[in-house]
Design a protein around this ligand. Sequence first.
Ligand code: NAI
Ligand code: CS2
Length: 489
Amino acid sequence: MRLSTSALASLPATLRRPAYDREKLKPGIVHLGLGAFARAHLADYTEDALERDFAAWGIIGASLQRPDQRDRLKPQDGLYTFLKRAPAGPELRVIGSVLDVLVAPENPATLIARMASAETRIVSLTITEKGYCHDPATGRLREDHPDILHDLDHPDAPRSAIGLITAALAIRKADGLAPFTAMSCDNLPHNGKVLRGLIRDFAALRDDTLAQWIEAHGAFPSTMVDRIVPATTDTDIAEVESLLGLHDAAPVIGEPFRQWAIEDVFTIGRPAWGEVGAQLVLEVAPFEFMKLRMLNGAHSSLAYLGYLAGHETVAQASGDAVFARFLHGLWAEIIPSVPAPQGVALPDYASALLARFQNPAIRHRTWQIAMDGSQKLPQRLLGTIRDRLKAGASIDHLALGVAAWMRYVTGSDEKGGAIDVRDPLAAEFAKRAASAGRDAKALSSALLGIESIFGTELPREAAFTQAVETQLAKLFQHGAKATAAALTH
Ligand code: NAI
Ligand code: CS2
């Protein structure tokens, strides 16, 4: 039998399911990019908030690309299972806060109308770093981006999140409605400020008065989001079915840990997230720095080094003593660049991160984290490197993280096998790698020349370019594990 509203009654009484009258739940949030993370984080917090303070905060999800999420959730009335995997064992919860899923490419007007509706008070996003059509090094809108060019030509049928949000805000302005709050939940530094700039700049390309209205009345809270949520596999689906006793085509898997720091600026209210563990703060930056640099910087470095050393998952790579030691050395380089949030001891935070990475119940593939490095490196490693260079401090572990990315994007692993490199710039990497071969100087110089990743200043810093070139030469010569083992700290 399939998970559905009518099937809920067949579940064991102890199994957590919506503890509010879901038939009466009205929508209040549109979420763009309804992937695994949003359903294990935003929707989980919102489920708790609805149980605490029932109000019109149901979520209408939207995919801007494929219909698969909608096709899996619609037959289940939007219900799905969240399987929390702790070392002590699994914990199931059926989540009901997602009411429906729209597919933008099928009918952008329907999604825009939903966002423009007075019912919609928040539009949130997890569209991956590449979904913002921005330049990762500067955070500015890429006006030459194919989706942006398309949306300027087709303002009523946009395909980018930026175009869709702007089109909906234009209708709200014309209808005399307040703008919804646009809340990014992606791993970008000051994600609210970046989103505000992108929407304002895109609107200005269409209509200056709209841009000014958005700038004057819009709300774009920055957030720091954290929960490790690997992509769901067929094995996960089978395990959930055996635990639940029902078939769920769209479960999500995650760790028990969750954290959410949110700048408390909302135009028309928000769910009771603060009452269920989210931190409503004036300034998200300390939380962002800490998380993006210490968790995500380590995640990306470990993903490239671990993959090259033959580790399929983060748990396997961080469980390898050589890479656990590398992580300690990396955090020793990162921590001095992170202003600790009040009450947080960063060495303890690092120890907690290692335990989270080593959770054997979470099968987070190094290959998945390795994706889209061109969109991730600036905020995860390069900002820290700039700060360390300014301080005249060592960057050997950080440079090895960048060098491992370079080695990875050549598309050839240490056994000569092909690597399926997923990145908007994958073709560019392949072209530059083909001409450089295994020459560390040529390859590092070619990749450092990609301005949208490294900007113009950093590639002029000899301390940086030489450190990366040295580590890359060692990777070619000795491999990832021996190169990491040789680092001292
Ligand atoms: P996912 O692959 O399950 O979902 C990604 C969503 O983004 C999909 O709906 C996809 O259609 C959409 N998308 C991809 N490229 C897009 C584009 N160019 N334009 C518009 N939409 C696009 O991935 P998941 O796990 O949901 O992660 C999504 C984002 O959430 C991450 O990129 C990150 O920023 C954030 N996040 C993820 C965490 C995790 O552990 N998975 C943890 C913390 C943050
Ligand atoms: C990961 C993140 O895929 C990746 O790039 O580093 O999604 C990571 O799992 C989250 O940021 C953890 O909160």
